[in-house]
Design a binder for this molecule. Structure first.
Ligand SMILES: [Zn+2]
Length: 244
C-alpha cells in the first residue's frame, strides 16, 4: 500500500489499468483460476434487472457516493480481476493501490418470500418463458420486488468484508466495485440472482407449469423432470416389450 502525506497515493486510470493487469498476471501465475470482469459498453449494465440491482445497491447497501463512484470506475477499468458468485456468497479480488480480497455473504431468501414468488409463478404461467429466456417483464420484476416478495437482499441480510485500510464495516470502494460487478453478472445471466439468494431457479419453472398441467390433468414439470413419466404425460400405455 502506498501512502502520500498520510493519504493513499493518487493513481491515474492508466496506472490503475497497469496495476490490474499486473495483479491478474501475478495471481494467474500462482495458479489461481480467475474470472475477471470486463465492461465494454458505455453503460455498466443494460438489463432492467441489473439496473434495478444497481439502484438497490445505491439506495440500500452502499451509501458513500464517492466510494460508489470510485467503485464504478474500478469496475470499468478492469480492476475487478476476479468475481464469482456461489450459493449465498460472493468472492472477489480487486486491484487498487494493492490487491484486496472482498467477501460478501448473503442470507438465503426467506422461505415465505420464496413460496410467495412460486405462488406468483403458478398464477402467471407466462413467466416461465421469461424466466427461461432471461427476458424479465416489468410485471414480473414488480412482482418479485414487491415488499412481501422482495428478492434482493436487504441491508441486514448482507455481510460485507474487505481487507483494505478503508474498511470499517461499510462498503469501501472495492466492495462498491464488486456490488456493481454482481449487476454485470446478473446482466450476463439472471440466474446469478437466484444463486445469490440460494434458491433453486428451476422451482419457478415448475411452479409456472403446475397450474396448466393440473388443468390438463397432466403431470407437473417436476414429475416430468424427476420421473420422466411419459405414460402420464401423453396418456398412453407404453409397451413393456416390443413384441407384446
Ligand atoms: Zn476495500
Amino acid at each position: 500500500m502506498s501512502f502520500y502525506g498520510g493519504y493513499p497515493e493518487y493513481i491515474s486510470v492508466e496506472q490503475q489499468k497497469k496495476k490490474a493487469a499486473k495483479g491478474l498476471k501475478k495471481l494467474s501465475k500462482k495458479g489461481k483460476v480467475l474470472n475477471p470482469l470486463e465492461v465494454s459498453g458505455k453503460k455498466l449494465v443494460t438489463s432492467e434487472l441489473a439496473k434495478l440491482w444497481c439502484s438497490h445497491v445505491e439506495d440500500e447497501i452502499a451509501y458513500c457516493q464517492t466510494r460508489l463512484s470510485k467503485g464504478r470506475s474500478y469496475l470499468r477499468h478492469g480492476s475487478v480481476i476476479h468475481l464469482e458468485i456461489n450459493k449465498g456468497i460472493v468472492n472477489a479480488i480487486v486491484s487498487g493501490t494493492d490487491i484486496y480480497q472482498v467477501e460478501i455473504k448473503v442470507k438465503p431468501l426467506e422461505k415465505q418470500k420464496w413460496q410467495n414468488i412460486q405462488q406468483l409463478c403458478i398464477k402467471n404461467p407466462e413467466y416461465s418463458y421469461q424466466l427461461f429466456n432471461g427476458e424479465l417483464s416489468k410485471q414480473l420484476l414488480d412482482d418479485f420486488l414487491s415488499k412481501k416478495n422482495y428478492i434482493f437482499p436487504e441491508y441486514n441480510e448482507i455481510d460485507l468484508e474487505c481487507n483494505c485500510y478503508d474498511f470499517y464495516g461499510e462498503a469501501c470502494k472495492h466492495i462498491s466495485a464488486v456490488l456493481y460487478g454482481i449487476g454485470v453478472l446478473m446482466d450476463a445471466n439472471m440466474q446469478n440472482l437466484f444463486l445469490l439468494r440460494d434458491v433453486n431457479y428451476e422451482d419457478l419453472l415448475i411452479a409456472c407449469t403446475s397450474e396448466i398441467n393440473q388443468d390438463l390433468h397432466m403431470p407437473t414439470m417436476n414429475n416430468i423432470i424427476n420421473e420422466n413419466n411419459l405414460e402420464d404425460l401423453f396418456g398412453i400405455e407404453l409397451a413393456t416389450s416390443p413384441h407384446s
